[in-house]
Ligand binder design. Structure first.
Ligand SMILES: Cc1cc2nc3c(=O)[nH]c(=O)nc-3n(C[C@H](O)[C@H](O)[C@H](O)COP(=O)(O)OP(=O)(O)OC[C@H]3O[C@@H](n4cnc5c(N)ncnc54)[C@H](O)[C@@H]3O)c2cc1C
Length: 462
């Protein structure tokens, strides 16, 4: 029997696999993942695994009935996501408290990545497992980036350089075109060192007084209770509050701070061959959309093939997307024994609606410029020219698939990811983000998992 402490990581997603990797040499680690372990990941280029129902938790937004994708598979959402790899501005972390300021998190961001183009820069890494690369641009990306630059946006070669804004290539997690999430990048590093129990769902945490002592799982061998010295809960922004509530653990604030980036799509037509030359977007515009007197309010605009996410549409459908990256609206995840009700509350805040409207108008200008250049065809009556643009957007807004904040630092957990009333437990996934980063959330979730391992080593195993 090993004399090392036993750590159970619940959830083998973006954060959970990094937490397991960081502790593998210092503890006996068991990783429990509800979804399947696909083994060596099959190459996935443009088609997304979230079309496969067995890899999806099948959540629904309570107010709109819209399906919300969450990966139920080893690698979690990083196995089904769009592989965009943006880590946000240093200012994103200002409100996260001690241990999470830019100088604290930058070494971890650097350690997890190999940036193929900018690895030598002081704010990048060149030896981590997660490959970050920039896709070659197709003809429509080039036309889009040209239109953005003609409208005055700066050229931006590296969207992950601190303070970067402008138009340039998307950083992505891809190797030879295939998605490079934690299933591809981290699972091979922990196999044989960590006991990975896939197809095993944690029903509840087991607690004795104020101490978490293990988990109850429904695994391949039936129902089991596993004892642990430490449980790291990394089941994601919806899964983590579900487990806490269904364990009967009374933690104030669970589910209350949900944030997500609202996403608006503007569809036009273009030459299908030009789209399919690079159906995943190779071009991203990020700019400060703040009105006078406001602090920075980041907007993302980027085009791609609509066909990737919706195979029922024609390959000639070209989708301009607008993301509001610093939303003020907050929603909630309400959990009881049987149901989970997710209220995203996108664009309910009037400031959010106005900022998004300005972003949509600007995307419309770029589309008009591209139409004038002859590379896209606008619809006869574009919805984004409606007199009541806010109402039109509220009817169309979708999730950018970046839910965070349901067990936030400063609310449910402290800066070291511990809860106030329970020992033997840390929470480490997108649920702990107290403010949504002005970036796609995957790299930040990975950083949180790796940082959790660092905090455990410093606090518990020193
Ligand atoms: C369709 C889609 C596209 C996206 N595109 C991008 C993108 O391009 N770029 C980007 O940066 N971000 C993207 N994201 C978001 C990003 O992938 C997530 O923010 C990130 O993966 C969250 O990491 P996490 O560790 O918090 O949760 P997850 O990666 O979701 O991991 C949670 C894990 O816990 C498991 N789990 C849950 N409940 C239980 C239980 N009871 N027992 C055992 N295991 C359990 C889940 O199956 C899952 O594997 C996208 C997400 C989706 C869904």
């Amino acid at each position: 029997m090993s004399s090392q402490p036993h750590v159970i990581v619940v959830g083998g997603g973006s954060a959970g696999l990094f937490a397991a990797l960081g502790l593998a040499d210092h503890a006996r680690v068991t990783l429990i993942e509800a979804g399947i372990d696909p083994g060596s990941p099959a190459p996935s280029r443009y088609v997304d695994e979230h079309r496969y129902p067995e890899c999806d938790w099948d959540y629904t937004e309570a107010d709109t009935g819209v399906h919300l994708v969450r990966g139920k598979v080893l690698g979690g959402c990083s196995t089904v996501n769009a592989a965009a790899a943006v880590r946000g501005q240093p200012s994103c972390f200002a409100g996260w408290g001690n241990a999470w300021q830019w100088d604290d998190v930058l070494p971890t961001f650097r350690a997890i990545e190999t940036d193929e183009q900018f690895g030598a820069a002081p704010y990048h890494g060149d030896a981590g497992p997660v490959v970050v690369t920039r896709l070659a641009q197709g003809p429509l990306d080039i036309a889009f980036l040209d239109a953005a630059k003609k409208r005055g946006h700066a050229d931006c070669a590296d969207h992950n350089a601190p303070g970067a804004f402008g138009a340039g290539p998307w950083p992505t997690n891809r190797v030879d075109g295939s998605r490079w999430g934690t299933l591809a990048a981290v699972a091979p590093l922990v196999r044989g060192r960590v006991d990975i129990r896939a197809s095993s769902a944690v029903r509840s945490l087991v607690a004795d007084g104020g101490r978490v002592t293990g988990v109850e799982i429904d695994g391949v061998a039936g129902r089991e209770t596993l004892a642990a010295d430490l449980v790291i809960l990394a089941a994601g922004a919806f899964g983590t509050p579900e487990i806490l509530v269904r364990s009967g653990l009374d933690l104030a604030g669970v589910g209350a701070g949900l944030q997500d980036h609202p996403w608006i799509s503007m569809d036009v037509d273009a030459d299908a061959d030009a789209i399919m030359a690079r159906p995943v977007s190779g071009g991203l515009l990020r700019y400060d959309g703040a009105a006078a007197g406001e602090s920075v309010s980041e907007i993302q605009i980027f085009p791609f093939s609509a066909f990737i996410y919706d195979p029922s549409v024609a390959p000639s459908r070209y989708r301009m997307s607008v993301g509001l990256m610093e939303p003020q609206s907050r929603g909630s995840v309400e959990v009881d024994e049987r149901n989970t009700r997710i209220h995203l509350k996108h664009l309910r805040d009037d400031v959010d609606a106005e900022r998004m409207a300005a972003g949509v108008r600007h995307a419309g200008e770029l589309l008009e410029d591209m139409a004038t250049a002859g590379v896209v065809r606008l619809p006869a009556d574009p919805w984004w020219q409606a007199p009541d643009l806010v109402a039109a957007m509220r009817a169309r807004v979708e999730s950018y698939n970046h839910p965070v904040g349901t067990c936030a630092i400063g609310s449910v957990v402290d800066e070291r990811l511990r809860t106030e009333n329970l020992t033997g437990l840390r929470i480490a996934d997108a649920s702990v983000m107290p403010v949504i980063p002005q970036a796609n959330t995957n790299l930040t979730a990975m950083m949180i998992g790796a940082r959790c391992a660092e905090l455990v080593l410093a606090d518990d195993f020193a």
